[in-house]
Design a protein around this ligand. Sequence first.
Ligand code: PLP
Length: 430
Amino acid sequence: MSKRKKSTTAFKKANKFIPGGVNSPARAFSAVEMDPIFIEKGEGAYLYDIDGNQYLEYVNSWGPMILGYNPPQVIEELEKQLQLGTSFGAPTEVETEIAELITEFYPAVDKVRMVNSGTEATMSAIRLARGYTGRDKIVKLEGCYHGHGDSLLVDAGSGLATLGIKGSPGVTENTARETIVAPYNDQKAVAEIFNKYGSEIAGIILEPVTGNMGVIAPQRGYLEFLREITYKNGSLLIFDEVMTGFRLSRGGAQELYAIEPDLSTFGKIIGGGMPVGAYAGKKEIMDYVAPLGPVYQAGTLSGNPMAMQAGLTTLKALKKEDVYLELEKKGQKLEAGIKKNIEELNFPAYFNRVGSMFTLFFTDKEVQNYQDVKECDLDLFAAYFKEMINQGIYLPPSQFEANFISLALTDSDLDKTITANYKALNKLKA
Ligand code: PLP
């Protein structure tokens, strides 16, 4: 499209030097059969591409930018840190400060270990669960994505689902064998797995509210059931809150549903837009990590001062009284508007939202698990995406993803989105 000529040229060049022209598959726009848009800058709720187009934006860099792009307080702290130095490979006080702040909102967390990405966080949490319990098997849920660590790259959602990839070549059969997969929201399937392998299971890892197959909430009693069955079997319950942490509430999904996992993983928001991940839990388990304990994990740039400053400043902004109420209000407004459009147009679509995460599924059925998402009309999704982007609304380019609401979105931005949604659905119906 000529409106994005420079992006098309940039993508062609990128393809020469970068596999697929992108540094993470979800950015390639494969599912919507378009060239990706190259970004120049972000400001508040808007992104600007290199052709000078402006987009109202619901990707939030895949979650971290809950305050919007370029929040002044974060930029200020980053500039200060820049003058002091970008990395020391030695402890800094800000690392303790952010760890303490996380423990303040997560009663299940006494200690936090910082890493550089969500992938590292879940890989390390799995290693710790295995080391701590002395068991090898991990249970994961279909459609949940936990980064690209070998053990967890089985039936994952997100980019794999978008590209229709079940697992990945390069993950050995032995590794894959130690990961047992159950459908999300299916208590019976998990009970059967524990009946068979209970004493061999180190832990179960899940997105307590899923984002990587689109937004799906746990059915009533599901998380309680997982808490109980893991407890009874001496296995650890691991909540992957890389996406949901500090997003669904200050205390993440574990606060929202009042369940205390044994281990939690974080990322995205806690880095305020810089590369960060973390795994965390009760002292007894976390002290099993080196240098105190035998489970080894390390990182040259872990606890990087730039990343810690961006994260800490973001988390401090989220401490303000009404922040999550405000996000909920924005979510409710958008939900009401889009649901009204669906109803008025009698359009076969299903809207799911938890807090500031939502997905519009192109199906007339309720969506409860990965199978339901796979049955969505992906062509219709692609057509919808194009209609929206051509109206200047930038959504995640896949049905298997969550949309994010940031604090930077104004009422008029939300109205604009609802109107664009009506126009898009109306056109697709014709
Ligand atoms: N866990 C969840 C729930 C995620 O959503 C993601 C990324 O989207 C990850 C882990 C991996 O994080 P990263 O991309 O920072 O490696």
